[in-house]
Design a protein around this ligand. Structure first.
Ligand code: 4AD
Ligand code: MG
Length: 463
């Protein structure tokens, strides 16, 4: 007997179909002669209503242990449901309980729990409506991302998680070591002797797959990497994780305009795909989490993004009729409040900011002729702020060497990156999309910890 997914039965099940399902009990309602149990298997927001008649074998015992959280297998026949809001229900013939869940201690009650509380039960929270919807949308986003790039002939490449280079140069790296921390070997000068470490040098968890993606773009033209990245950034905000996923396309023979075009088409595609494949979940977010979720999706899909240079953005912020917490002046980085003002108040849609000052951006961004700004582009989204960071890359060897020196970075360890500019260099560009920020933007979830199954943040790595 094949087990049917509940989502398939809810959509296509017909009266008189004989079916078997498995899942977890969400609710139980006992009546005089029968009991209603809602079973959910995670395939859809809604569960399937199961009707247990009192002439079932062991009815009383089964009913007693079929509490919220219990796991079951039910075989029976689909019938037209007399109840409102559901087309069909399952009349049970046999019920197997895999495991019960003591109602005295099971942490998930029928009432609404706060997201803060749910984070303390990370092993159970995926069984709630909201987290269930988030992780289905997250899955749909991943699928859309692969479809988008595969349809355009991009090669999916796997860049390393352990690396020796700091791509962003921000020093927010986690060290990876197998040294005995109780007796760390030291050099003559008293520093830690990483030559005795596993890799014979100091190694880190990657902050970005970009540098390696550039290597592969110089062979395959268009590539993308999509994997976990790590930042030891002590930011306890609703938009920062220490471990997050990033999508990074890299295109040879591409400039900043091509990069921007791709990024906008990409975001439109992913939103469209999720609306088409997860309509119930998106409707739920719109009703229960943020009533602008569907309007935002519509806005993304149907309107062009705004575009402005950093210099013009600063001028707008200086004229803004509000006082910001952080100062605004040419040369300073945009803070989240500035980014949100631009996207939410000024443009009321995503805005692409280009050509940032050289000193606030990474060494690899292409220097403009004015010598003061680089071919950077950030996409700022309402409510989130920066969601994409990208640039055209510096393909000129001499300019790149000067940038690396100016930032005081070790040129020797980037020899291979410089070699790419020695042998067949081409104009190229790419960007990084923060995957969790995308899921936040799409679902209206206010805290990034609630859009990844197991969030890693300062002082927190449970589950
Ligand atoms: O702007 P970032 O630092 O860009 C890079 O890493 C480039 N190497 C990408 C590239 O061009 N291939 O990071 C890219 C995006 C940000 O725009 C943001 O959405 C997300 O990654 N991000 C974070 N998301 C969650 N938690 C954090 N701590 C994040 N830091 C960056
Ligand atoms: Mg950035």
């Amino acid at each position: 007997m094949t087990i049917r997914r509940i989502v398939d039965l809810l959509r296509h099940g017909q009266p008189d179909d004989t079916v078997t399902i498995q899942g977890w009990v969400r609710t139980k309602r006992e009546q005089k002669e029968f009991t209603f149990v809602e079973v959910n298997d995670g395939s859809a927001m809604a569960g399937l209503q199961v009707v247990l008649n009192q002439d079932l074998p062991d009815y009383a015992e089964v009913i007693k242990i079929l509490n919220t959280g219990a796991s079951v297998k039910v075989a029976g026949i689909l019938v037209v449901s007399p109840a409102k809001g559901q087309r069909i229900e399952l009349r049970a013939d046999t019920v197997t309980v895999y495991g019960d869940a003591d109602p005295e201690t099971y942490p998930l009650q029928k009432k609404r729990h706060s997201f803060e509380f749910l984070r303390t039960i990370g092993h159970l929270r995926s069984r709630t409506n909201t987290l269930g919807a988030v992780f289905r949308v997250r899955n749909a986003c991943s699928t859309a991302i692969h479809n988008f790039f595969q349809e355009r002939g991009f090669l999916w490449v796997h860049t390393p998680i352990i690396t020796a280079s700091d791509c962003e140069g921000a020093g927010e790296l986690f060290t990876v070591t197998s040294l005995d921390l109780g007796s760390v070997p030291k050099t003559k000068t008293g520093d830690i002797d990483f030559e005795q470490d596993f890799f014979g040098r100091r190694a880190y968890l990657t902050v970005s797959g970009q540098l390696e993606a550039e290597i592969l773009a110089m062979a395959f033209t268009n590539v993308y990497t999509f994997g976990p990245t790590f930042r030891a950034e002590n930011s306890n905000t609703s938009r920062h994780l220490a471990e997050f996923w990033m999508v990074e396309p890299e295109m040879a023979f591409c400039d900043l305009d091509g990069n921007i075009e791709l990024a906008e088409a990409f975001l439109k595609y992913v939103f469209q795909y999720v609306l088409e494949t997860c309509p119930e979940d998106m409707e739920f977010f719109n009703q229960r989490i943020d009533d602008s979720v569907l309007a935002t999706a519509d806005n993304i899909i149907n309107n062009e993004f705004a575009q402005i240079t950093y210099t013009d953005a600063i001028a707008l912020l200086e004229k803004a009729d509000r006082t910001f917490e952080f100062p605004v002046s040419w040369g300073l980085d945009l803070q989240s409040e500035h980014e949100r003002y631009l996207a939410e108040v000024q443009f009321k849609k995503p805005v692409i900011v280009t050509d940032y000052p050289t000193q606030i951006k990474a060494f690899y961004m292409r220097l403009n002729d004015n010598g003061k700004t680089v071919r950077a582009m950030d996409i700022l989204a309402p409510k989130i702020g920066e969601i994409v960071g990208g640039s055209q890359r510096e393909e000129r060897l001499d300019v790149l060497e000067r940038r690396i020196d100016a930032q005081g970075m070790p040129k020797e360890s980037l020899w291979w990156y410089l070699d790419l500019r020695r042998y067949g260099t081409v104009p190229h560009a790419g960007f990084g999309l923060g995957f969790e920020r995308l899921v936040q933007f799409m679902t209206g979830m206010t805290n990034i910890r609630d859009v990844i199954p197991f969030p890693r943040t300062p002082l927190s790595a449970e589950f």
